[in-house]
Write a protein that binds this ligand. Sequence first.
Ligand code: SER
Length: 316
Amino acid sequence: MEKRILIIGASGQIGTELTSFLRDEYGAENVIACDIKEGNDELMNGGPFEFLDATDFNKIEALVLKYTITDVYLMAAMLSATAEKHPMKAWDLNMSSLFHVLNLAKDKKIEKVFWPSSIAVFGVTTPRTKTPQHTITEPSTVYGISKLTGERWCEYYHQQYGVDVRSIRYPGLISYKTQPGGGTTDYAVEIYHKALQEGAYSCFLNGNTKLPMMYMDDAIRATFMLMEAPSENITIRSSYNLSALSFDAEEITESIKKHIPDFSISYEPDFRQAIADSWPDSIDDAQAQKDWGWKSEVSLDEMTAIMLKHLKTQYQ
Ligand code: SER
């Protein structure tokens, strides 16, 4: 049967690029973008778009029926830093939207679900380096608690109701096309913008806080690989560890200096430092490699070259 895809949260950082990728892959008319807010011109004009509040079950169901949707990608969420400011709102958005989509799958109204988890499921008691797939998960943030809870429900819906749900624990994602909104890893995007605009950046994390990161193209490719993999290959129904890069602000600064030698960085850690300190510095993704052939492609220096090249034309 033909795929008909609904992307909830399509105007956001991942959603924008995922929509564009899936429209190329499956045909623009088969990929319905929706969000509570408008997206960029390409998103709004490149195929069907609908306004949707991800907490509104009736509206999601109506769109699923209207477009005979088979697969839902639920990308709407409140990220780590914003969620600390609005704990109950974050919990409500992150959890209710997931239940809505899982229940549609349980009732066989859709066939397949993609839902992103995060490195935020880990906490200070987790082994920090090369964090294994199965390990201690005691998150200290509202966002991390919502993602960990979501993972348990995904596995439960798979075990109890046979729901075909697939998930990735994304690291910090970096892209020139869209800005992140309200995360702890956002500095790794802001730094490129500021390097070009001002030649200087004041970083809200310390210089030596290593975090797992990934260039957006790798993340989109991983998502596609996971969703295309035969169901019997998927041994993890909570969420897969996924790894590409691991760097701190000093290392990304060195990488930028290869292009902008005068670039300077200063450090003013704020409340996000404690969040970053609770997360791993690198991730073991052996299971994703084994189950669906995952391998990252883009290095820090390659990413820096791509980011600066494209952002330069945006700022000219
Ligand atoms: N990039 C996200 C954040 O910082 C992690 O999932 O909140």
